[in-house]
Design a protein around this ligand. Structure first.
Ligand code: SF4
Ligand code: SF4
Length: 320
């Protein structure tokens, strides 16, 4: 395999950050699901959670910077006891808030307030629905997940989410069930729209196609099935230099549940924090944008997953 860093040679200086438009915050590893493709290795037994002190540091950072968007992820971030505190705090500061929601969380005990809370704060929802078929969703995410996801989507539609004329944004996320690249995003979006509309009366704004990242739990899953090497070769063989200008780490930084700063959620899972000149990990409590803007991004062979084919990011495909 050609190391990913060699692919950047024509750019001479590697990959560097343009600025920070999005602060992505990973509130912890706890989740009500345990999906096979999960790069966070989340699940109901995970205990790691962001402390109130770190959450306050996130809010202070937003207050002293001009970063316009807070993108909240996990685990299932809504199950964090301070989820509502973080959302409301960021909205008070006038920031756009996005929540990466697994849909089924809405039916967990004590979570009934979520749809109205999302609506009240105008939270943009990015919801996983890896397929429009029950069989595929339940295989990847667990039995009953599809039915609960459809119920949640209907509930969100009923309060105005995903409606073409409204401003409550509901985006869906597809990721492949098997070790292959996602199909073209525009075409799949049309298929989702047709099937979810006809069968369930569901509407949504956009579909984001994501490539599965072959690290942590998904890497183990592939290795157990003898599919890891073939998947890595597929990603490398489909490297597309056109995606390099658009990879999400060029405009985003990620904060881990413990408060350290990373180029992205994937580097966070690989324990590759951003460091100062003395090799000390940067932390949200003392972070200034000068420390991360124009800084070189820490790349590795896992970056082939972001740059294969049409590319992949938290906002879906990178090029058409
Ligand atoms: S819902 Fe998301 S965070 Fe939870 S296990 Fe599945 S992929 Fe991981
Ligand atoms: S994994 Fe993707 S987002 Fe993260 S540093 Fe590599 S290219 Fe950037």
């Amino acid at each position: 395999m050609q190391p990913f860093a060699h692919r950047l040679q024509p750019a001479r200086h590697g990959l560097s950050r343009r600025g920070v438009d999005v602060l992505q915050v990973n509130m912890g590893r706890y989740c009500n699901l345990a999906c096979v493709h999960c790069h966070v290795e989340s699940g109901p037994t995970r205990k790691e959670m962001m402390s109130r002190e770190v959450i306050d540091a996130v809010l202070r950072f937003l207050a002293r910077s001009k970063v316009p968007t807070l993108d909240i992820t996990g685990g299932a971030p809504e199950l964090h006891p301070d989820f509502a505190y973080l959302v409301a705090g960021a909205r008070r500061l006038g920031r756009h808030v996005m929540d990466r929601c697994n849909l089924t969380v809405i039916f967990e005990p004590g979570m009934e307030y979520l749809p109205q809370f999302f609506e009240l704060h105008g939270v943009e929802l990015v919801c996983s629905l890896p397929c429009y078929s029950q069989e595929n969703v339940d295989r990847q995410r667990g039995k009953g997940t599809f039915e609960a996801s459809i119920r949640a989507l209907k509930l969100l539609n009923d309060i105005g989410y995903g409606q073409p004329a409204g401003d409550l944004v509901l985006n869906l996320v597809y990721n492949p069930v098997g070790p292959h690249l996602p199909p073209p995003q525009d075409k799949l979006e049309q298929d989702y729209r047709k099937i979810l509309g006809e069968q369930f009366g569901i509407v949504f704004n956009r579909l984001f196609c994501l490539t599965n990242m072959p690290i942590t739990r998904y890497a183990t899953h592939l290795k157990l099935r003898g599919e890891y090497d073939r998947y890595i070769e597929l990603l490398e063989a489909n490297f597309n230099s056109m995606t390099l200008d658009h990879v999400m780490c060029r405009d985003l930084i990620s904060v881990g549940w413990e408060g350290k700063i990373y180029d992205c959620d994937f580097n966070q899972m690989l324990d590759l924090p951003l460091c100062d000149g003395n090799g000390k990990a940067l932390r949200i409590e003392t972070l200034s944008l000068d420390q991360v803007e124009r800084q070189k991004i820490l790349v590795g062979n896992h970056c082939y997953a972001c740059t294969a084919g049409a590319g992949s990011s938290c906002g879906g495909a990178l090029v058409s």
